[in-house]
Write a protein that binds this ligand. Sequence first.
Ligand SMILES: Cc1cc2nc3c(=O)[nH]c(=O)nc-3n(C[C@H](O)[C@H](O)[C@H](O)COP(=O)(O)OP(=O)(O)OC[C@H]3O[C@@H](n4cnc5c(N)ncnc54)[C@H](O)[C@@H]3O)c2cc1C
Length: 396
Amino acid sequence: MDREDIVIIGGGLCGLATALALHRKGIKSVVLEKSDKLREGGIALSIVTNGWRALDQLGVASKLRTVSFPVLGFHDIVLDNGTEWRTSASNEEIRTFRRMHLIEALANELPEGTIRFGYQISAITLDPDASYPTIHLHDGTTINAKVVIGCDGAYSRVAECVGLRPIKHYKMSVIRGLTNYPNGHGITEKGLLRIRKGNVIIGRIPMGDNLVYWFLSMKSPSHGSNELKDSNIIKELGVQAVHDFPSETLNMVKQSDINTLHFYNLHYRPPWNLFLENFSKGNVIVAGDSMHLMAPALGQGGSAALEDSIVLARCMANNMLVHGSQNMDWGNATLAFTQFVKERRLRLWWLSLNTHLILCLGEYSSSKVMCLFCIFLITLLFRKPLWDAQYDCGVL
Ligand SMILES: Cc1cc2nc3c(=O)[nH]c(=O)nc-3n(C[C@H](O)[C@H](O)[C@H](O)COP(=O)(O)OP(=O)(O)OC[C@H]3O[C@@H](n4cnc5c(N)ncnc54)[C@H](O)[C@@H]3O)c2cc1C
């Protein structure tokens, strides 16, 4: 059996950010990733002010700013009743960029050998007689770790070990893609345009003069299987969903680059579970989507995962680093995790509640009473635009 000190499961955004945050504090870890190379996990991403604060702490923000595109505001149009409104975001830092830029920026700062590819975890066990968790790999081998941090996303094995309830699914799906306009897209607004008709919402953000990132949310065509893989079917679904939208929007979907299309059924960890559940067990903890999976309605899942990385590394360093040395007091891991959860719970609950209420508007669109109730709660609790961006996770 192999032995390691700190093992992070999952080399996505949260796993890499957590490894880097620990590295910045002088704490060594290894990241086990099931893919055989860095995984993009989607095509583009918007990071909001609170996420940029975390990226600043990680020391990768300035590099990313050079390859990102600012979102200066939101323009919303409802085709059903002809209303439209604009919200300025010029006081916030919202930027969109290719996901791979972020993944690579984090990975490139890690010491060589930190990320191990092709390690698929099948389970984590906590034997009451053994002092540390055991990681079981798909190939039958095991690793004994002193601390396990689960950043393995939506279908987290670590969340199972910790005892979290299964995630739930919405009856909504999202398609994302990029459209390239060789002669320029001609869009002058540097921001997010969202057009809604019935249950369908399409958003687009220009990335430079030729490229447009778009996402399309709609009622799920089917339930059960999470991801549809055939790009031609995905495009067809997208084209059908916006067939009666303005021709410019329809053409954007029709002309999208087939290789950039991704389809997701939307899943979530209910806000009330976030309030009640334990996110750690012994020396095992979850972070990122494994802890607080939410739909992309606020575009905060990634930024919240970056916040997790800063807070977790800070709590571990404060409680586990033996004063004046780089040695760790492994017995204090539970104390560090308790502090981390205490600091994160309320923040994540609010993000998740706001997201859930927005999604419920789509889910219950046929019930006027439910829609009015959701709108009432959103207006009451989340009146301030971009309230979620104000959060500061503090210094590493
Ligand atoms: C359509 C859509 C649009 C979004 N847009 C935005 C946005 O604009 N801004 C934003 O901030 N957020 C956005 N999000 C949310 C954001 O993508 C996630 O919150 C973020 O990727 C979470 O990072 P993570 O590292 O926790 O999980 P993931 O990115 O899912 O990474 C998990 C990693 O773990 C690995 N893994 C999984 N299981 C195992 C295993 N058993 N063994 C080993 N490795 C394993 C996976 O291969 C993967 O690399 C969006 C999400 C969706 C679905």
